[in-house]
Design a protein around this ligand. Structure first.
Ligand SMILES: Cc1ncc(COP(=O)(O)O)c(C=O)c1O
Length: 397
């Protein structure tokens, strides 16, 4: 049984704050500052450029990738860290399209994160007018997978509503129709059980700054199924994905397996932060995490429904249909979230009217969740959100 009191003690949360935004930016694990300090002083400071060899910096993207791989059911040597998620989406899509060279359509859904859609659209424009991105409603995805589709690009958990796709089913259907799958795990990795091997996916990508707590701008990850890894041709053919970067050959030859999905110089300080942050997961059972997350979400939904019926649930009511977040709609959602933050409960807002709350059992207790629901409802009951400062939109919502 996972000891969530022990995991909570591994985070450094500000006093008096209830943090329901780990689905956007995970909080600081206590082990991270010392590890980053050590990387800066003992490695960068003392070893200077020899740190690439002596401190093992060059191997960090693969070593940390293996640790992330354990959380998503990927075997060692099939995940590598680097770049941002948008870049990894592009990279996976470009490789998948090339593997299905007779087909020209990328299929996605309107619940996908816009950056994924933008990257797909940009890639299609680069490849030529015969390539296109087809976007359907989330409920229509399964029926839209036919023999014209080259790649199915799906984010499992909708960033706005928390609605969760049945990935195993979609992947099976895509394969039946001869399509490949790019699975975006941004709101899944560290949030819900994921098994890229069991679901037989082709490519999976995700970020580390949400549920994996690597800090702002932490590196993304990419998984390529071992059965494809030696035949994938990277479109972003940077020197560190080359078979022999330090041979400085003029011609590109892809490196072995997942190494070819590396692009350029890795961000060592962020990788060190992530490596330390991943220690939190050592004693965590993902089935326990999922069960506890659903319990906490249920407490929140029930309490909000009873105390402030003005908030319309935007997430599926059935827990198994959600990821690890709960969202509500309200025309004044932005101001309500600002008022809530001012009172020490941090959630976030997504246009046009979504109030979003992430549930992370690693550091959230039942008492936190009850208090957060009570505060939210008191703010609504007493119109405490309706102050000029809460209506002023900041750059990041
Ligand atoms: C589902 C999903 N895909 C892609 C992205 C873009 O990630 P990045 O800014 O790291 O490129 C995000 C960011 O939140 C996301 O939630």
């Amino acid at each position: 049984m996972t000891d969530f009191t022990a995991t909570r003690a591994m985070f450094d949360l500000p006093e008096g704050v209830i943090y329901l935004d780990g689905n956007s930016l995970g909080p600081l694990p206590r082990a991270v500052p010392a590890r980053v300090e050590q990387t800066i002083r003992a490695e960068w400071g003392e070893m200077l450029i020899t740190g690439w060899n002596k401190a093992g910096w060059m191997d960090l993207p693969a070593r940390v990738g293996d640790r992330v791989g354990k959380l998503i059911g990927a075997p060692a040597g099939s995940v590598v860290m680097g770049d941002t998620l948008s870049i990894k989406v592009y990279q996976a899509l470009a490789s998948a399209l090339e593997l299905r060279s007779g087909r020209r359509v990328i299929l996605s859904d309107s619940g996908n994160f816009p950056s994924d859609l933008y990257m797909a659209d940009g890639l299609c424009r680069t490849l030529g007018p015969e390539y296109r991105l087809k976007t359907v409603a989330p409920e229509a995805v399964e029926d839209a997978i036919d023999e014209t589709i080259a790649v199915l690009m799906i984010t499992e958990v909708d960033y706005r509503t928390g609605r969760k796709h049945d990935m195993a089913r979609l992947i099976a259907r895509a394969h039946q129709m001869g399509a490949l799958v790019v699975w975006d795990l941004a709101h899944s990795a560290g949030a819900i059980p994921v098994d890229v091997t069991g679901a037989d996916t082709d490519f999976a990508v995700g970020c580390s700054y949400k549920y994996l707590n690597s800090g702002p701008g932490g590196p993304a990850f990419i998984y390529v199924a071992p059965r494809l890894a030696e035949s994938v041709r990277p479109a972003l053919s940077g020197w560190l994905g080359h078979e022999a970067p330090f041979a400085f050959d003029l011609d590109y030859r892809p490196g072995a397996g997942i190494d070819r999905m590396r692009v350029g110089t890795p961000s060592i300080l962020q990788l060190a932060a992530l490596d330390a942050a991943l220690d939190v997961w050592d004693g965590v059972d993902m089935a326990d995490l999922r069960a506890r997350s659903l319990e906490l979400q249920e407490i929140f939904i029930t309490r909000v429904a009873a105390e402030c019926p003005d908030l319309a649930l935007a997430s599926p009511r059935e827990g198994t249909q959600r990821g690890s977040q709960v969202s509500f709609r309200h025309p004044h959602g932005y101001a309500i979230i600002q008022a809530l933050i001012a009172e020490g409960v941090i959630g976030d807002f997504r246009a046009p009217d979504i109030l979003r709350f992430g549930f992370t059992p690693l550091y959230l207790s039942q008492q936190d969740v009850e208090q957060a629901a009570d505060k939210l409802c008191a703010i609504l009951r007493e119109n405490r959100w309706d102050r000029p400062e809460f209506h002023q939109r900041a750059k990041v919502t």
